[in-house]
Design a protein around this ligand. Structure first.
Ligand code: TNX
Length: 490
């Protein structure tokens, strides 16, 4: 009997047993369960994509588009069982994002309870094919996949990336590429840090002077939201308040307590700006901004920041957040913020030196998104010599960013308190897509795996072997990734 049973945990410990088990495919994130099977599937020129699931035509078309580019095959999408079939899971609920994937010599069968589950499964299928499948131009075959059977679903519901488009602005096309690269790792939230001291990057129609230079019109923003939704990614907009607001304080004099407009700011300091908590105009401003952002946001969350409000009096801070919570409620959204926020449904743990804030948020009933700066901040330098980035939370090599668990990181925070994980990318030092990619790859896939895969199956030794196989995938897409010496790249 050649077929070997491998669960996530035996995959990781395969070499410890006497019987040599076949190495699993280098998938990231590691699926909940992988069983190798006999035989090999080969994608041939005459293959079709069979669609037998309601609402999943865009998913089938997206798969076809991807495979056509590199194989050059026609790959028509047909409404019957075919060589690659996408279907509704029969008789069982795999959850909103779960899927099964069976590869046999005659057929690839992907099944899920939702189109979203099929989309996540398509990402696994991509990674089972040779790296050249990611190329933009036609490549020679063969296009084979070893027989196997996967059953998979995520550990956490929220697996996010954050992009700071305030310190440096990134265009709609650049954000789309950032989304494209991240969804391959089953990321399902894009948190956009839209405003900060250095810039206000989203058009607000009722306060037209906020965004003047390098910003998204509301139509641009809708296009990002639409593009993300097509890939089952929820956009979480962040309007940082009451600190990190110099751009607004520069645009509108009346938002300052002294009524005098601030100078535009280009530096890297934090904590020097604050909305004027005592003025009613502040709440008209907040109401207008939250209303317009809520209208633009199909997802449940509105993030109002709340971090590093060092220039806001603590009592004023509490007052401000309480009113902000009411405004967000009024427009039917759930308040999200950094761990300092004293209200809200979701708080984000970020500062390793202030873990007690995250624990306090849990005590107030919030769920946590875990983004510890010394693990998941993609703007931290890898080594002293890294050309870009900051090091206030330390140097974060690939192993450092991978070897932690959201449910055991903080005393007083358990699995049930955790909504998920996020990898934020702050852009004080990053001006180009190449720089973004250099900091995000290869760390972002590790954070995505921490959010998706069962902790029992994860180990650095196993992960670094799988990660090595992703270098050629990034090369095929011209991703400017960091060739970490911790990895023996393929
Ligand atoms: C801390 S994380 C900040 C940001 C900086 C970042 C740089 C957080 C809530 N605040 O304003 O850009 O560090 O790593």
């Amino acid at each position: 009997r050649l077929a070997a049973l491998m669960t996530a945990s035996t995959l990781a410990t395969a070499c410890a047993s006497d019987v040599p088990e076949p190495k699993g495919p280098p998938l990231i994130p590691l699926p909940a369960s992988v069983r190798m099977a006999e035989g090999t599937f080969s994608l041939e020129a005459g293959a079709r994509i069979g669609l037998r699931a309601a609402g999943a035509a865009p998913v089938a078309e997206e798969l076809a588009r991807l495979l056509r580019r590199s194989t050059g095959y026609a790959l028509p999408v047909v409404r019957q069982e075919a060589e690659i079939t996408l279907e509704e899971a029969s008789g069982r609920d795999l959850g909103p994002e779960g899927y099964t994937l069976d590869v046999t010599p005659g057929m690839v069968r992907l099944a899920a309870s939702t189109p979203e589950g099929l989309f996540r499964g398509v990402q696994t299928l991509r990674q089972l094919l040779p790296a050249k499948v990611e190329s933009a131009g036609e490549q020679p075959g063969p296009w084979t996949i070893a027989g196997l059977s996967i059953e998979d679903r995520p550990r956490f519901a929220y697996r996010g990336v954050m992009l700071d488009v305030a310190r440096h602005f990134f265009t709609v096309e650049q954000v789309k590429r950032y989304i494209d690269l991240a969804v391959a790792y089953k990321v399902n939230h894009l948190h956009l840090h839209l405003t900060d001291d250095q810039g206000w990057r989203i058009e607000i129609k009722s306060w037209p002077r906020l965004a003047t230079d390098g910003f998204y019109t509301q139509d641009d923003y809708r296009e990002i939201v639409r593009y993300a939704a097509e890939r089952f990614v929820t956009v979480v907009p962040e309007i940082d308040t009451p600190g990190h607001t110099n751009a607004a304080l520069a645009a509108y004099a009346e938002l300052n307590c002294d009524g005098r407009a601030r100078e535009p700011y280009r530096g890297r300091e934090v904590g020097f700006s604050s909305l004027c908590v005592g003025k009613e105009v502040t709440y008209r401003f907040l109401d207008d901004v939250v209303r317009e952002m809520a209208e633009l946001t199909p997802g449940p969350y509105l993030n109002l920041g709340g971090d590093e409000a060092h220039s806001t009096d603590p009592a004023d801070y509490e007052k401000f957040v309480a009113r902000a919570q009411r405004v967000v409620d009024k427009y039917g959204k759930r308040l999200m913020g950094w761990a300092e926020i004293t209200s809200g449904a979701v708080a984000q743990h970020w500062n390793p030196r202030e873990a007690e804030r995250a624990v306090a948020a849990v005590a107030r009933g919030a769920k946590l998104v875990m983004s510890p700066a010394d693990r998941s901040y993609l703007d931290m330098k890898y080594t002293q010599d890294t050309e870009y980035g900051l090091d206030w939370a330390g140097l974060v090599e690939v192993a450092d960013s991978y070897e932690w668990d959201p449910a055991t990181l903080l005393a007083g925070v358990a699995e049930k308190d955790v909504l998920g994980v996020e990898a934020p990318l702050w852009t004080e030092t990053l001006e180009t897509p190449d720089a973004l990619e250099y900091m995000a790859y290869p760390r972002l896939p590790g954070i995505a795996e921490i959010g998706w895969s069962p902790s029992s199956g994860r180990s650095w030794e196993d992960y670094k072997g799988r990660l090595a196989g992703h270098g050629p995938r990034w090369s095929a897409q011209s991703v400017n990734y960091y060739r970490s010496p911790e990895i023996t790249w393929e």
